[in-house]
Ligand binder design. Structure first.
Ligand code: KG4
Ligand code: ZN
Length: 338
C-alpha cells in the first residue's frame, strides 16, 4: 500500500509517500520560515496561502522522487489537527479532493500521534508500550503509548509549551525568528553561566509542565543585565539548563510511575542536542532506551503523516464521509475523530 501524506498544520508544507513494504519512498518539504521571519512569528493567513501555493509542486516532486504516477497511490492521509485552522483547511481540502478525484480513501491524521510514531521511521522494531515526551512549539506532553491509538496523557502544558518558551525567550533577547534553535545554539556554545533559573513545578508531585514563569524570569534577568552578547549567551544557557532539567525530572517520574523504560522524544525541541545528551546519560543508567526521530522528522514533515496514515489505513481505517472536518484543538486521547 502506498500512502501520500500531507502536512500543513503550521508553517511547513510537507508531502511524502510511505510504502508499506519499501518504507519511505518520497519526502518533500517547503518551510515558510522566510515568509514569516519579517513579522517575527507565524502569520496564519500567510501560512494558509503559502500552503496552497506549494501543495501541487510538492506532490509532483514526491511522485518524481518515488518514480511513480499519481494513479498508483492507494490512499491519502492528511493532518486534520491540531494546528492553525486556515493552514489545516488548505491541506485537508486539497487531500480530500485529490482522494475523491483518484477514487482512493482519505484519512484524517492527528498531528501529535504522527510526531510520536515518527521515531519508528528510523526504529521500525520499536514496540509498544513506550513513553513519549512530546515537546514542540505548541505542546509539552508526556504520553504513555500502549498501542496504536491507545494513548494516555500523563502530563501536559499548563501555559507556554517548551518550544514556545524557547522562541519567546529568544525574541525578548533580540534573537530573530525562529529563535528557539538559535537560542539553543548560543547556549551550547557557552561553557558557563553565572545565572541559575528555577526548575518550574518540580517541587510538587505530578507530571504537568509550566514554562511561562521561566520566560518572565529570563526577561527580568535580561533587563537587569548589560544586554550584550555575553549576557545573552549566559541567559540562554541558564534558560536551556532549566528547561532540560525540568523535562528530565518529569521523564524520570514518568518512568517510575509506569515502569516503562522506552522513551520516544518527539517534536521540534527533541532536536535539542543537550536535551538528547542528558536523556541518554540518564536512560543508560536505567538500562532503558531513548528513541529520537532523525532531526528532520522532529520538526513538522510529511513523512510522519504518510507513515501514520499507512499504519492506520493498513488496519482498514478511512474517512467515512466527504466532508472536511478539521480540529484546530484536538486532544490526542480523543482519537478517532469521526
Ligand atoms: O514540532 P515543531 O516543528 O512544530 C510544532 O510546534 O508543531 O516544533 C517547533 C518548535 C519551535 O518552538 C522551536 O523553537 C523548537 O521546536 N526547536 C527547538 C530546537 N529546534 C527547534 N527548541 C530547542 N532546541 C532546539 N534545538
Ligand atoms: Zn509539530
Amino acid at each position: 500500500m502506498r500512502v501520500l501524506g500531507i502536512e500543513s498544520s503550521c508553517d511547513e508544507t510537507g508531502v511524502a509517500i510511505y510504502d508499506s513494504r519499501e518504507g519511505l519512498i518520497a519526502d518533500a518539504l517547503h518551510s515558510q520560515v522566510e515568509t514569516h521571519a519579517v513579522y517575527g512569528g507565524v502569520v496564519p493567513e500567510l501560512a494558509s496561502r503559502d500552503h496552497i501555493h506549494h501543495l501541487i509542486p510538492l506532490v509532483d516532486e514526491a511522485l518524481s522522487q518515488a518514480s511513480m504516477t499519481i494513479n498508483e497511490l492507494d490512499g491519502i492521509a492528511y493532518t486534520a489537527g491540531p494546528g492553525l485552522i486556515g493552514a489545516l483547511l488548505a491541506g485537508s481540502c486539497f487531500a480530500k479532493s485529490l482522494a475523491y478525484s483518484l477514487q482512493v480513501p482519505a484519512l484524517a491524521i492527528h498531528h501529535l500521534e504522527a510526531h510520536i510514531l515518527a521515531a519508528r521511521l528510523d526504529f521500525p522494531d520499536l514496540q509498544f508500550p513506550f513513553l513519549a515526551l512530546l515537546v514542540s512549539g505548541g505542546h509539552s506532553q508526556l504520553i504513555l503509548a500502549s498501542d496504536l491509538g491507545q494513548y494516555e496523557l500523563l502530563g501536559d502544558t499548563l501555559d507556554d509549551a517548551a518550544g514556545e518558551a524557547f522562541d519567546k525567550t529568544a525574541k525578548l533577547m533580540g534573537i530573530p525568528y525562529p529563535g528557539g534553535a538559535r537560542l539553543a545554539a548560543l547556549a551550547d556554545a557557552c561553557s558557563e553561566t553565572s545565572y541559575r533559573f528555577p526548575r518550574p513545578m518540580t517541587d510538587r508531585p505530578g507530571l504537568d509542565f509550566s514554562f511561562s514563569g521561566l520566560k518572565t524570569h529570563a526577561l527580568t534577568t535580561w533587563n537587569q543585565s548589560l544586554k550584550d552578547d555575553h549576557a545573552r549567551s549566559e541567559i540562554a544557557l541558564a534558560f536551556q539548563d532549566a528547561v532540560i532539567e525540568t523535562l528530565l525530572i518529569k521523564c524520570r517520574r514518568a518512568v517510575e510511575q509506569t515502569s516503562c523504560k522506552q522513551l520516544v522524544v518527539a517534536g521540534g525541541v527533541g532536536a535539542n542536542i543537550s536535551l538528547r545528551r542528558r536523556l541518554n546519560e540518564w536512560m543508560l543508567k536505567q538500562n532503558g532506551a531513548v528513541f529520537y526521530p532523525p532531526a528532520k522528522y522532529c520538526t513538522d514533515n510529511g513523512a510522519m503523516i504518510a507513515y501514520a496514515g499507512c499504519l492506520r489505513m493498513s488496519a482498514g481505517e478511512r474517512d467515512n464521509d466527504l466532508a472536511v472536518h478539521v480540529k484546530p484543538r484536538w486532544p490526542l486521547v480523543e482519537r478517532p475523530m469521526q
